[in-house]
Design a protein around this ligand. Structure first.
Ligand SMILES: [Zn+2]
Length: 249
C-alpha cells in the first residue's frame, strides 16, 4: 500500500512537471513570436492600392473632398510655412475626410451657416508621411503623434477647424492661434474675454451635436467618434485627385 501511494505521488508529480514544462514552452514561444516594440507590428498603413481595394469592399471608407461642402473655407496651414514646423509639409492645400465624417461635417456646416458662421478647415486627412515628418522635427509625442501609432488625421477621421463669419470670412476670435502649445489652447481652459469664450464654446457644442469630440488640449481638433474600420493611409494628395478615385465620390 505504501509503495502504491508512492507510485501515485510519482505519477502526480510527473504530470505536474510536464504541465509546467508545457506552460513554460507556450510562454517562451509567445515571447519569441512577439517582437520588441509590438506596437510597430500592429500599425497597418494602407497605400493607394490597398485603399482602393478597401473602398471597393466598403464604399463608406472613401475619402471625400471637403470642398464639396457648401461655403466651406480652407486654410490648409501645412501647405504653407505658416504652421508650427515653419516648413511646407503638403504640396497641395487640400482637405479630405472619410465619407461618414464628411457627411457629419456637412451637417454641422449647415447649422453653423444658419447662425451666420462658416467652418474654416486648417487640416483634415493627413498622409502618414507627414506624421513621420512632424515627429522627426519635434521628437516629442506630447505635441505630435507617434509614428508607431499614427493619428486619427491619418485615418481621415479628424479635422482641425475654426469658425469664420459667413459673409466676411473673418475668423472668429478664439483663445489661441491654431497649433498653439499653450495651456490656453486646452478645450476647457478659462477664458477672460466673454466673446472669445462664447465663440469657442459655440464651436465645440456645434461640432459635438454631429458626432465630433474636441481634443482635450486643442480647441481646434475634432475627432469623429466612430473611426472603426478606418486604417492609417499614406496616399499623397495628388494621388487622391486621380481619375480612378473620382468614380467613388
Ligand atoms: Zn488635429
Amino acid at each position: 500500500m505504501r509503495n502504491l501511494n508512492r507510485i501515485w505521488i510519482h505519477i502526480g508529480f510527473d504530470a505536474l512537471r510536464s504541465a509546467f514544462n508545457l506552460i513554460l514552452l507556450v510562454v517562451i514561444s509567445i515571447f519569441l513570436s512577439t517582437p520588441f516594440g509590438a506596437e510597430d507590428s500592429k500599425l497597418i498603413v494602407f497605400d493607394k492600392t490597398a485603399y482602393l481595394q478597401s473602398i471597393k469592399k466598403d464604399p463608406n471608407r472613401v475619402l471625400i473632398d471637403l470642398e464639396s461642402i457648401p461655403e466651406i473655407v480652407l486654410d490648409i496651414r501645412y501647405a504653407s510655412e505658416n504652421n508650427f514646423t515653419g516648413q511646407v509639409i503638403y504640396n497641395r492645400g487640400k482637405a479630405f475626410a472619410r465619407k461618414r465624417v464628411a457627411e457629419a461635417l456637412r451637417n454641422a456646416q449647415i447649422e453653423f451657416l444658419k447662425q451666420g458662421h462658416s467652418i474654416q478647415i486648417y487640416d483634415a486627412y493627413r498622409p502618414y508621411q507627414a506624421t513621420v515628418k512632424f515627429y522627426e522635427i519635434i521628437k516629442d509625442t506630447r505635441y505630435v503623434a507617434s509614428p508607431k501609432t499614427g493619428s486619427r488625421h491619418n485615418k481621415g477621421c479628424a479635422i482641425d477647424l475654426t469658425l469664420v463669419d459667413k459673409n466676411t470670412k473673418q475668423s472668429l476670435q478664439m483663445p489661441t492661434k491654431y497649433d498653439s502649445f499653450e495651456k490656453a489652447a486646452w478645450a476647457n481652459a478659462p477664458v477672460s474675454d466673454p466673446v472669445t469664450k462664447q465663440n469657442r464654446d459655440k464651436l465645440i457644442e456645434g461640432m459635438s451635436r454631429f458626432g465630433f469630440r474636441v481634443n482635450k488640449t486643442e480647441w481646434w481638433h475634432f475627432d469623429f467618434l466612430d473611426c472603426s474600420g478606418y486604417e492609417v493611409l499614406d496616399i499623397p494628395f495628388e494621388e487622391l485627385e486621380d481619375d480612378d478615385l473620382r468614380k467613388y465620390k
